[in-house]
Design a binder for this molecule. Structure first.
Ligand SMILES: [Zn+2]
Length: 332
């Protein structure tokens, strides 16, 4: 089938016209495509389908291009009839202006602006966009019946390497139990490591988990590279798993990922804060028992037990902020 509509390359449409809303069309593939905002569209089958609502977001950070390319190909395959759709899906390219610029963000890190935090950063273009994404997620998930299933996968890559190349972050579940079948789905998608968050955060996945009860995950899928330089076969696991979920196929796997939880945060209280790890240390690097991780005025952070690992180290943050997380193995 030939491609004569922008859904054959929604990414090119978005990069060419980052302020244009994709058109609303009924496609020959039996899909009703509804443009919602720049970089955002809802696809639903015109025939009867499952009561399931799936939000797929990528490009919340504009330099993280591979997940955007993965979603772009999925949209094209759905809309040109190469991939069956049995659910309602909303695809979001999170920050079109930053995607065009090839930058993580223009004014402010968007994945710190959900849960209403955008109201405190109104000068940032990302604040307006985060508010818009929240509203669109709300409209999408609240159209679902109470019994409908809801999922949100927020796809990222990272500048920093990782000992475990692909890992997920399970946002704080607000007292609900962690869902083992969702964890098994992640393992089947090739995401062998999951960090269990133990407190609320201002991320997009916590927003949809908290407000709409979505099975929501932030997925870190490997190295961030510019458009055209991505090694897309490295994303085959998540690509295949998402395609199965969109087609309405259930998971078969029984394996569970390796779980970690945050033990404590390294807080940079003063400019004297020193982190004793290399600038390019990988996420999930093991911290030997007794290792001096960091020091600040009157404070020494020493590794204990030999099972701890470092996550998201960043000594360049402003004083008062988190400069890294020490994590440890967890079980459910
Ligand atoms: Zn990111």
């Amino acid at each position: 089938m030939s491609t004569t509509h922008p859904y054959g390359d929604l990414l090119a449409f978005t990069l060419t016209s980052p302020e244009a809303i994709p058109p609303s069309l009924t496609l020959e593939a039996g899909i009703e495509a509804t443009g919602v905002a720049p970089g955002v569209a809802i696809l639903r089958p015109t025939r009867p389908h499952q009561e399931a609502f799936i939000l797929l977001s990528a490009g919340i950070h504009g330099n993280e291009t591979a997940p955007v390319e993965v979603l772009n190909r999925i949209v094209a395959d759905l809309c040109d009839g190469r991939l069956p759709l049995d659910v309602t899906v909303m695809v979001m390219f999170g920050n079109p202006a930053a995607l065009v610029a090839g930058r993580r963000y223009l004014d402010y890190d968007m994945n710190r602006l959900f849960m209403g935090r955008h109201a405190g950063q109104l000068q940032a273009v990302e604040a307006r966009r985060a508010a818009q994404l929240e509203e669109m997620a709300r409209a999408f998930f609240t159209q679902a019946d109470a019994g409908a299933r809801r999922w949100h996968y927020d796809l990222h890559t990272a500048i920093r390497g990782s000992v475990f190349e692909q890992f997920g972050i399970y946002p704080f579940p607000d007292g609900r139990p962690h869902d083992r079948s969702e964890l098994a789905w992640l393992a089947e998608a090739g995401i062998g490591t999951v960090l269990l968050h133990s407190q609320p955060s201002a991320t997009f996945s916590y927003f949809t988990s908290h407000h709409f009860g979505a099975h929501a995950f932030t997925l870190e899928l490997g190295k961030a590279r510019p458009f055209g330089q991505n090694d897309l076969p490295r994303f085959a696991g998540i690509d295949r798993a998402l395609r199965r979920r969109l087609a309405g196929l259930s998971s078969t796997a029984g394996i569970q990922p390796q779980l970690y939880r945050a033990k404590y945060d390294l807080i940079k209280e003063t400019e004297a804060f020193t982190l004793y790890l290399a600038d390019d240390v990988e996420n999930f690097t093991a911290l030997p028992d007794g290792y001096l991780i960091a020091e600040d005025v009157g404070m020494r952070y020493v590794a204990h037990g030999g099972q701890e690992r470092i996550l998201f180290p960043n000594p360049k943050v402003a004083c008062g902020l988190r400069a890294g997380i020490v994590v440890e193995p967890a079980t459910l």
